[in-house]
Design a protein. Structure first.
Length: 482
């Protein structure tokens, strides 16, 4: 895909959003002729708009939140930007922009695609939009808990204050969205998704794999709290095609300013990279001699050697020297062209491994084979040739012969594999699976507890009377039974 398309997509996003949120304030005589009218919007151009919006949320603020809460990153000792993250001090202002971008931006655009695509017979676009709706609703729910779902996006029909659905109902609704999508895929060339699609370039097989893998994730994540339903969903997925190996559902970015990775661009705007390697991840990969260390972080500065981790929250706690050895993020995980990953083949393989280890999913490969493939695929993504490494001969990578330890082992290796590229997903799975066991940040304000959710946003609190009362951020999600 040519980079010029990103300018067009970003331009259309601004145009459509402004028209949909501020058009009542405009007089007809003051219309900007360059803005796209909603009546002229197409599903072909609205899909990449929604895809980019999701990636900007996932690859910017959510990447920071997940990076700190997964203890991949901590605050640079000489700055203060993310002290609150290391203090576990979150409030209703922390995700306002992201909530609005996902609900008023991506989900609204996807709703438009479902409506217009259904009317025009563009079934593949409707299917793709439903899959992305499921992805986005699950993401928002896994961050905040109960959120608007069944009454969301119905302002035009008079529902201005949607009720909040329970997470269990949201998960069931997301599974239905995927099932509905899987009934709509068509090989009819007239219904093809065009190459304007920035996620898969119109590749229908990849869309189907993505949909099935998302359904797999929905099942596995609720397996502890809703095992009967999870097992039923997984039975439906027997023989399904999933994202495999180095398959990646990701959004590409480019060298040109304005088209760069969102977190990279945000940090460039601030003028300083506030993120350094956390001691938790650095000690793990150093202790194992993990070949991904140099892909995650740069060599330490200020006299350090190799990858040097800073104790989580040390800067926010105080008394930590700004000239202490520390490692910055590598250009691989934080560069102009670093893609934003929505879902990966190694994530899929870890999920398949867990489901098979528990006897829930049938398939041609074993739990051990999927686990090993996940690790090798992740290393391959970072350009590491595993030939001759004999990775699985000994701990910590060797498959444990005791099945009681398999899921713990999967969880730890998933935590490593997601470092820097799937940070929010890592924090979600860290909460669900409970491994690795981490120490609270040194600057914590929660004692021995960890954050389990991000508060509801103040925009909702102020404008929606159906917004629930805030829960303590230490209250666990519905699917977290640990």
């Amino acid at each position: 895909m040519k980079s010029i398309n990103i300018y067009k997509i970003a331009f259309l996003f601004v145009g459509i959003t402004m028209m949909s949120t501020s058009c009542k304030k405009w007089l007809d005589t003051n219309k900007d002729p360059n803005l796209l009218e909603q009546s002229k919007a197409t599903v072909q151009l609205t899909l990449p708009t929604a895809e980019y919006t999701i990636s900007y949320v996932l690859g910017n603020r959510y990447a920071e939140l997940g990076g700190f809460l997964s203890q991949y990153w901590t605050q640079l000792p000489s700055a203060t930007q993310y002290y609150d993250y290391d203090r576990y001090s979150f409030d209703a202002a922390d995700a306002n922009r992201e909530w609005n971008q996902l609900y008023a931006g991506a989900l609204k655009d996807l709703n438009f695609i479902v409506s217009k695509g259904s009317a025009d017979g563009d079934s593949n676009y409707v299917a793709a939009a439903k899959v992305l709706q499921a992805y986005t609703f699950q993401l928002v729910s896994d961050v905040h808990g109960d959120v608007p779902f069944s009454e969301a996006l119905q302002a035009q029909s008079g529902t201005l204050a949607p009720h909040y659905d329970k997470q269990k109902a949201i998960y069931a609704g997301c599974v239905k969205l995927i099932d509905d999508a899987n009934m709509l895929w068509s090989d009819d060339a007239k219904k093809a998704i065009t190459t304007e699609d920035v996620l898969f370039g119109g590749d229908l097989d990849m869309w189907k794999k993505f949909a099935n893998t998302l359904k797999l994730k929905l099942a596995v994540r609720q397996s502890g709290a809703n095992s009967a339903e999870a097992i039923s969903i997984l039975a439906e997925l027997s023989g399904a095609s999933f994202l495999e190996g180095t398959d990646v559902a990701s959004i590409k970015f480019y060298e040109v300013k304005g088209n760069q990775n969102p977190l990279y661009a945000s940090i460039q705007g601030i003028g300083v990279d506030n993120n350094v390697a956390s001691k938790a991840i650095a000690d793990s990969i150093n202790g194992w001699g993990d070949p991904r260390a140099a892909a995650f972080f740069d060599e330490a500065t200020f006299g350090g050697a190799g990858i040097n981790g800073t104790q989580q929250g040390a800067a926010a706690f105080g008394g930590y020297s700004s000239s202490s050895p520390r490692s910055s993020l590598s250009s691989t995980v934080l560069g102009k062209t670093t893609p934003v990953i929505l879902m990966s083949g190694w994530e899929s393989k870890f999920l398949q491994s867990e489901a098979k280890a528990n006897g829930w999913l049938a398939g041609g490969t074993t739990a051990q084979e999927d686990y090993e493939d996940a690790i090798v695929s992740n290393m391959s993504f970072f350009g590491i040739d595993t030939t001759g490494l004999d990775l699985f001969a000994a701990a910590p990578y060797a498959w444990d012969t005791d099945p009681l330890n398999n899921v713990q082992q999967i969880a730890i290796q998933k935590w490593v594999a997601f470092c820097g590229t799937q940070n929010m997903e890592s924090w979600i799975e860290l909460r669900r699976m409970g491994y690795p066991v981490l120490l609270p940040s040194k600057a914590t304000q929660l004692g021995l507890l960890f954050p389990q959710r991000i508060p509801y946003v103040d925009g909702e609190i102020a404008s929606n009377p159906n917004c629930p009362a805030q829960l303590p951020i230490t209250d666990k999600m519905w699917w977290d039974i640990n």
